[in-house]
Design a protein around this ligand. Structure first.
Ligand code: FUL
Length: 488
């Protein structure tokens, strides 16, 4: 009995020592899950474009049935350089093309089907949209990504193993013929019915097993090791669970990898991620600049406004996601002038909102600091790789920011140093009143997670002292950037 007590006391003492002996002279240990370097680089792109273009464009459809004649694909002035230049002017860092949508028509001359540009009048059947875009991307400094629909309403073999091989073969073509690819889209959509070589029927497949995705991902990893694989649950990045272009304010870059697969029925969870997820899988917020993904003349006056797009930016990039904004290329083969004008004005608006950091040059301090090389000033030095961190086991701390003179702010940007994991669970932003009282700013959404980037919009306040109170975190917080703005 006595021996037992002594034994337990000894264990308790050892545990205590262990905690207090946490080595705060070193950088904090990572707290899993953590992103790969490629995932960090991908998230730093922040905004990139989708292009939906194909037979649907010429037939006023969203989901071609698979029987539309290839001969109807005939853009008269197709110019991928116009796309690339427009996208660069709109601040986009990359572009993902629907190389094959659900109708099965290929925008490149695939050697595995005749249902492609090779059998269209465009460039006398000698054209290759994927190649033209890849070349334009290189010229204008954009990254290139591909969308290859797993569901194919044209192929007679759809539903059999033969189709899966066909799908892998096409993936292999796209991964090996067009240079570096930054992202590959695996769309979970499958409506069942289709032409299927004339069968005109409904074909159900088991979405979680039919395509054997791990094998498809193996092809991507072998040929494009840095490419980010998109699907409902990654593994590279995840769908955000809606097509409206926003993530929830609470947004974890994790998913429970065993649960989520392309076509995941509880997709609404993806708007916030899984706080207890075992895999790093940040959210990509996709939406179209128009109601449809493909071009329809009837939507020429329904292009999203600069205000709407700006709001989406704050709720995607500003909610720890990326924004994938779709441009439906028109029948000429060009981005429509209305869409391009709005996209460029939107980019200018974001730049105007977020270019004048009113906290630049302010004095940063913190209620707890790990060591000299992780001091509070690291949050204001403009460097990605330097960050403030608290001591191990300290999961709440206050960051104070003193400016030289009064500043009026209605927006604060916070960034965690994500190579060490996403940590913060809850925070509050406060300002000091003239009588020396700390008061929280008025925010219209919850202030919980931060992640790679959190941009908090609030009702404007004028003050010389500001405070970010981190109330809870999964481990000691590591913050590498804090900026403040006045948005007009
Ligand atoms: C969905 C598709 O069904 C839509 O047509 C579009 O391509 C969108 C981006 O993904 O799942």
């Amino acid at each position: 009995m006595k021996l037992n007590r002594t034994f337990f006391l000894l264990i308790a003492l050892m545990l205590c020592c262990n905690t207090s002996m946490a080595d705060n002279s070193k950088a904090p240990d990572a707290v899993g899950p953590v992103p790969s370097q490629a995932q960090v680089a991908w998230q730093q792109m922040e905004t990139y474009a989708f292009i939906h273009f194909g037979l649907n464009t010429f037939n006023d459809m969203e989901w071609g049935y698979g029987d539309t004649q290839a001969s109807t694909f005939n853009p008269t002035r197709l110019d991928c350089e116009q796309w690339a230049q427009t996208l660069v002017n709109a601040g986009m860092k990359g572009v993902i093309l629907t190389c094959k949508h659900h109708d099965g028509f290929c925008l490149w001359p695939s050697r595995y089907t005749d249902y492609s540009v090779a059998n269209s009048p465009w460039r006398d059947g000698n054209g290759d949209v994927v190649r033209e875009l890849a070349e334009a991307c290189k010229k204008y400094g954009l990254k290139m990504g591909v969308y290859l629909s797993p569901w194919d309403r044209h192929q007679a073999s759809y539903g059999t193993q033969e189709y899966v091989t066909y799908y892998y073969n096409q993936l292999e073509e796209l991964m090996s013929q067009y240079g570096d690819i930054f992202e590959v889209w695996f769309d979970g959509a499958n409506g069942g019915d289709g032409w299927y070589g004339g069968a005109n029927e409904k074909r159900q497949i088991d979405r979680s097993t039919y395509y054997n995705y791990p094998k498809a991902w193996g092809i991507v990893n072998r040929l494009q090791p840095d490419a980010i694989i998109f699907s409902d649950g990654g593994p590279g990045c995840r769908w955000v669970g809606n097509e409206k272009g926003f993530a929830n304010a609470t947004n974890w870059a994790f998913v429970r990898s065993k649960d989520v697969y392309p076509g995941y029925p509880q997709y609404e969870e993806l708007q916030s991620g899984h706080a207890d997820g075992d895999a790093w899988c940040a959210s990509e917020c996709d939406t179209s600049i128009r109601p449809g993904w493909f071009y329809h003349e009837s939507e020429d006056d329904k292009v999203k406004s600069v205000e709407e797009l700006t709001d989406l930016y704050y709720r995607s990039v500003g909610h720890n996601g990326t924004l994938l904004l779709n441009f439906p290329v028109d029948r000429n083969g060009l981005i429509h002038p209305t869409d391009s004008a709005i996209a460029v004005q939107w980019h200018e608006r974001i730049n105007r909102d977020l270019s004048n950091n009113l906290l630049a040059g302010a004095k940063f301090s913190a209620s707890n600091t790990r060591n000299k090389s992780h001091g509070a000033e690291k949050m204001g030095d403009g460097k990605w790789d330097t960050y403030w961190a608290s001591s191990d086991n300290v999961t709440s701390a206050d960051i104070e920011i003193k400016t030289k003179k009064d500043v009026t702010l209605n927006c604060i940007m916070l960034q965690e140093y994500i190579p060490l994991g996403q940590r913060v669970k809850e925070f509050v932003i406060e300002y000091k009143t003239c009588c020396g009282k700390w008061v929280p700013v008025l925010v219209d959404e919850e202030t919980t997670t931060i992640g790679y980037k959190r941009i908090v919009r609030f009702h404007e306040k004028t003050a010389r002292e500001w405070r970010i109170c981190i109330l809870d975190a999964r481990a000691c917080p590591c913050i590498n950037n804090v900026e403040g703005f006045f948005r007009l």
